[in-house]
Design a protein around this ligand. Structure first.
Ligand SMILES: Cc1cc2nc3c(=O)[nH]c(=O)nc-3n(C[C@H](O)[C@H](O)[C@H](O)COP(=O)(O)OP(=O)(O)OC[C@H]3O[C@@H](n4cnc5c(N)ncnc54)[C@H](O)[C@@H]3O)c2cc1C
Length: 383
């Protein structure tokens, strides 16, 4: 086994670290306060090739591996949770779906602007009655001549409504399936098309600059050609994509955990009590040692899942382990980090208080930790 990063992977890591230091870290607090998405930073990320890393050069990408992309998501999330969330939500979901299942025309029209960062994409699966139970979606698409007519409402959709959000790939019921399962297909719905409107922008406790909205489809018509891949296999398509997004979410948790460790270590070294640095107290040292150890354990699993994807191996188990463990690592790190900061950890002036608000998202989005454990029981243990 070789655990060393390749020259390209190291280069992406360094590029993203420098970018975070110079462009993201200085505005992270402000983004949390204002909830404003930084378009100019996104544009620079696109110009540097960070957004389209795993996409072929012919479609505006860098033609590198998924591990490089996962490292980029980790590093950007280390700088800011909102930007990391917007990045993983466009790359691992709509871009991944269009790249994997799209026709040549769809890739030319929709993938290139996403990969270059000119536009940003969204993925709409969740509905008010269909969260963990994704098969319960009710949004319907009915073929009428050369158009799909879509009716329904999606909720909690990341990146939707941003001013350069070009499309949402939605999962919609398109007919009766075999057995009790409905036929679900994935359809590209461009922003601005008649009958497609954005609902309220949610006010969240964290990830405030990453927009999340409700989507309303009221006799929304899109061309027949906007269907993605085999219309009979939409359910399997998004399950495949959610496997990739699990690695992305895990990388997000990893970045956040690392940021928490960084500020906690530096605070522990600076703060003095009883005439010495609190980093000299064993109770503090144990917290830092546990954080470092768990972050590295999570990283090994997350990188392994990405490596398996790159090498055509089955990564269901590792991506699921990685998602749960990295999310829970982030939560434990945040808890220890606030404790290390004492009272100052509860103050807005210290980034640790923001991180503490951010980490709870990790255990809920993209399949809660309970659902991931159920998946292990069902798919791995066959219970
Ligand atoms: C900020 C944000 C951004 C999001 N972005 C997107 C997006 O871009 N696209 C998208 O499609 N969705 C998105 N989501 C939706 C997200 O993936 C769901 O919120 C998540 O899957 C959980 O669904 P739910 O909120 O309906 O919770 P529920 O399914 O109602 O679950 C509530 C609780 O019940 C538990 N539970 C449910 N079923 C079981 C079971 N069988 N066994 C044990 N426990 C169970 C859950 O684990 C959880 O603890 C986003 C959500 C948020 C908050």
């Amino acid at each position: 086994m070789d655990f060393t990063l390749t020259t390209e992977q190291k280069m992406i890591q360094d590029l993203c670290r420098n970018f975070v230091k110079n462009e993201i870290a200085p505005i992270a607090e402000e983004m949390d306060k204002t909830g404003q998405f930084p378009y100019e930073v996104w544009k620079k990320m696109g110009d540097l090739g960070i957004i389209g890393i795993p996409i072929p050069e012919g479609y505006g990408g860098g033609e590198l591996d998924w591990l490089s992309m996962i490292i980029a998501i980790e590093e950007i999330s280390r700088g800011d949770a909102s930007l990391g969330a917007s990045l993983l939500a466009t790359v691992t979901l709509p871009m991944n779906l269009i790249h994997t299942f799209g026709t040549e025309e769809q890739k030319q029209q929709w993938l290139i602007p996403l990969a270059t960062g000119e536009k940003i994409g969204a993925f709409g699966l969740t509905e008010s009655q269909a969260g963990s139970d994704a098969s319960a979606i009710q949004t319907k698409a009915v073929l009428d001549g050369k158009e799909w007519v879509i009716n329904g409402t999606k909720q909690f959709i990341t990146n939707a409504g941003l001013k350069h959000n070009s499309l949402v790939v939605i999962a919609a019921v398109t007919g009766e399936g075999e057995g009790p399962r409905k036929k679900i297909s994935n359809i590209i719905v461009p922003t601005g098309v008649g009958g497609y409107n954005f609902g309220q922008r949610y006010n969240k406790m964290g990830r405030r600059a990453s927009e999340t909205r409700e989507l309303i489809f009221d006799d929304c018509r899109v061309p027949k050609e906007n269907i993605l891949g085999n219309p009979d296999k939409g359910y399997a398509q998004f399950l495949m994509t959610l496997q990739t997004s699990r690695i992305g979410f895990a990388a997000h948790s990893l970045g956040l955990s690392q940021a928490i460790f960084d500020v906690s270590l530096s605070y522990a070294k600076e703060r003095e009590q009883f005439g010495r640095s609190i980093s000299k107290f064993q109770a503090i040292q144990f917290k830092l040692a546990d954080m470092l150890m768990e972050i590295e354990l999570a990283r090994l699993m997350v990188y392994k899942a990405a490596w398996q994807k790159d090498n055509g191996e089955n990564y269901f188990t590792t991506s699921t382990f990685g998602k749960i463990f990295a999310a829970e690592t982030a939560k434990r790190c945040a808890d220890r980090g606030v404790q290390i900061h004492g009272g100052y950890g509860l103050m807005d002036e210290y980034p640790i208080s923001r991180y503490w608000r951010e980490v709870k998202f990790e255990e809920i989005l993209d399949g809660t930790s309970e659902i991931q454990r159920l998946n292990i029981a069902k798919r791995v243990l066959k219970l």
